[in-house]
Ligand binder design. Structure first.
Ligand code: ATP
Length: 626
């Protein structure tokens, strides 16, 4: 029989296919197994539609056999098979898919979940083989046919002997080269792991004869080899099962095995959707953040399956960065097997799925926050920081999605949401107070914090570097603005207090001016405080940058131009120390020493380091000695 040529465009396509569509050669097995599964599906569906008898679902199988001596790998199915014409049509024209045709002809039937639709998968066989033979007998036909090809220069079809319906693909595996060890595809262990990796959830058993060893009967320390047929795949994916048929234990062990965690997940989200995007998703929130979660090395992503076949190990596009902690998988019949990474990024369907998944995660977190607070706080301890970054990054584009999911420490001793804070605000309170510092204890003892607490207001304790920035992008929550207790304008004062302060300022004008001259550029102003009670001095800030933000911004890598908070040095005129200052108002040297010491003290209370600790120590010693 004369050799037929592939169509001209097919030739080019075949070349392209072999060299560039797939990044990993190993996926040829996934493609051929998916085709076999499709062929069985088709026959099964046909038997249901025609009412054909004699076909039992349990008899269907895909059989693999590797033979190292002849370098052949066989993939056999007992599916629908192909007629001579179909062999010519389906395998002779690249990018022609019999499966797609079958699907469109049977559109009404929702049970059909056929994988192939592009008509290129089969040719991936040529990535690892130098000769491919396809023996096929269509269901109900008398004669079997054999299609053979060495690759781009064409193919032949002739009659052959085949007992049962179905298709057997016989690959002659290429010789090894310097770069590629093709022989690995003849190794049963490797084949088994490829099936597990890509085709574990094919609905029919994938069987293979595997070589095993056992102790010889009656003889000690003697072993013999024998062959046993093993089913390699687990068939029904957990995520396709009914939720109420799955135990917590099953979910947990699935998670631990698949995502290499030793701890049970904190939460399991098992969800499916139909309509504009059809998919099943099984998602897990780990109990603890992995070691590298807050580093650049961490790779987010969900496993992506197309109709039960793995197409990508970590699909990053399915998760926004701030939900990057979520592990799990998505299985959709809307995606095709051989879609490349580049194509996926632009895939409309994938975008739709990603949007739905993000919404689902957000709503599950919200419900955990409302109904399972203890676990939510555990979750937040591990991953909350990333949510706060999420509010802040990209100019706060996602802030509204996240603002009700974040928790802050507070003067109540509890972790609080902004909603809770606003709900519990005092009647005369107009803004949300916060104070930033290293630990809640330190913040609590800041003089400025004490002043606000004295009024009975709650104060959020911002202990994470990102906290203040997150609030800054948010600007307000339910119409209430945020106010740093250390901000100049955070004062809540009565008319009387105001007048008293103004009077004091007037009376001590000269002293305050002298102290400002001593401190120079370090402070914007020296003023009389209206709020200080127990401490003699404190530092407040004017403008958008607080002391804590100054510290964070300047410690960032690459922060060459230092930012500076505008400091106001405040004095408590009721404190005995103020009397001393007045006494030395005209003693230049003493006033300088007292001013320096008090300013450094205020910095220390703020949790800042002082510029010249030696000078500070000397000043203190000198004043003590008097
Ligand atoms: N084992 C098989 N049994 C029966 N028909 C087969 C078998 N393998 C391939 N075919 C036929 O050959 C066609 C082309 O297969 P190919 O793998 O190239 O593309 P596909 O499966 O349709 O789509 P995709 O590119 O998405 O895999 C299939 O649509 C199917 O009709």
């Amino acid at each position: 029989m004369a050799k037929k040529q592939f169509k001209a465009e097919s030739k080019r396509l075949l070349d392209l296919m072999i060299n560039s569509i797939y990044t990993h050669k190993e996926i040829f097995l996934r493609e051929l197994i998916s085709n076999a599964s499709d062929a069985i599906d088709k026959l099964y569906y046909k038997s249901l539609a025609d009412g054909a008898t004699g076909l039992n679902r349990d008899d269907f199988q895909i059989f693999l056999a590797a033979d190292k001596d002849s370098r052949t790998l066989r993939i056999r199915d007992n599916g629908i098979g192909m007629t001579q014409e179909e062999l010519d049509q389906n395998l002779g024209v690249i990018a022609k898919s019999g499966s797609l045709k079958f699907k469109s002809e049977n559109e009404k039937n929702e049970d059909i979940d056929i994988i192939g639709q592009f008509g290129v998968g089969f040719y991936s066989a040529f990535m690892v083989s130098d000769h491919v033979r396809v023996e096929s007998k269509a269901y109900g036909a008398e004669q079997a046919y054999c299609w053979e090809s060495d690759g781009a220069d064409g193919y032949t079809i002739r009659e052959c002997e085949k007992a049962d319906h179905g298709t057997e693909i016989i690959l002659h595996i290429k010789e090894d080269t310097e770069e590629e060890k093709y022989s690995e595809f003849l190794d049963t262990y490797r084949i088994r792991s490829l099936v597990k990796k890509y085709s574990d959830y094919i609905r029919y058993p994938i069987r293979m004869e595997v070589e095993k060893t056992r102790a010889k009967e009656g003889a000690e320390n003697e072993y013999e080899h024998y062959f046993e047929v093993e089913t390699l795949n687990s068939m029904v994916p957990l995520w396709k099962k009914n939720k109420n048929e799955i135990t917590a234990e099953e979910y947990n062990s699935f998670y631990k095995e698949k995502f290499y965690d030793w701890q049970d997940p904190l939460k399991v989200i098992h969800t499916s959707a139909e309509g504009t995007a059809t998919y099943n998703a099984l998602l897990f929130i780990p109990a603890k953040a992995p070691m590298d979660y807050y580093s650049r090395d961490y790779e987010k992503g969900l496993q992506l399956y197309a109709s039960g076949v793995l197409i990508m190990e970590k699909c990053a596009d399915l998760l926004p960065d701030y939900f990057g902690f979520v592990k799990g998988l998505v299985d959709s019949q809307d995606l095709s097997l051989n879609i490349s990474r580049e194509m996926l990024q632009h895939d409309r369907q994938l975008k739709l799925i990603a949007t739905r998944i993000e919404k689902k995660i957000a709503s599950e977190l919200k419900s955990m926050l409302e109904h399972d607070r203890e676990n939510y706080e555990k979750f937040f301890e591990s991953f909350g920081l990333r949510l706060k970054f999420g509010m802040y990054e990209n100019y706060g584009i996602n802030k509204d999605k996240l603002k009700d999911l974040v928790l802050f420490r507070s003067s109540t001793g509890k972790m609080r949401t902004l909603k809770e804070y606003v709900q519990d605000m005092k009647e005369d309170q107009t803004c949300i107070y916060y104070a930033a510092g290293e630990t809640p204890e330190r913040i609590a003892h800041l003089p400025q914090t004490e002043a606000v607490l004295d009024r009975g207001y709650e104060v959020l304790y911002l202990t994470d570097d990102v906290d203040e920035f997150a609030l800054m992008v948010l600007q307000e929550y339910e119409g209430k603005s945020f106010k740093n207790v250390a901000a100049e304008d955070a004062r809540v004062q009565t008319e009387e207090e105001k007048q008293a302060a103004e009077k004091q300022a007037e009376e001590n004008k000269a002293l305050l001016e002298k102290m400002k001259t001593i401190l120079g550029e370090r402070v914007k102003d020296v003023r009389v405080s209206t709020t200080l009670k127990n401490h003699p001095v404190c530092i407040t800030t004017d403008g958008a940058i607080s002391m804590e933000m100054e510290k964070v911004l300047n410690s960032m890598p690459g922060a060459e131009q230092k930012v500076k908070a505008e400091q106001i040095f405040e004095l408590n005129t009721e404190h005995p120390v103020f009397e001393v200052l007045r006494r030395f108002e005209n003693d230049e040297d003493k006033l300088k020493k007292y001013t320096e010491v008090l300013y450094d003290q205020a910095l220390l209370i703020e949790g800042r380091s002082i510029e010249d600790p030696v000078a500070y120590a000397n000043n203190v010693a000198e004043l003590l000695a008097q």
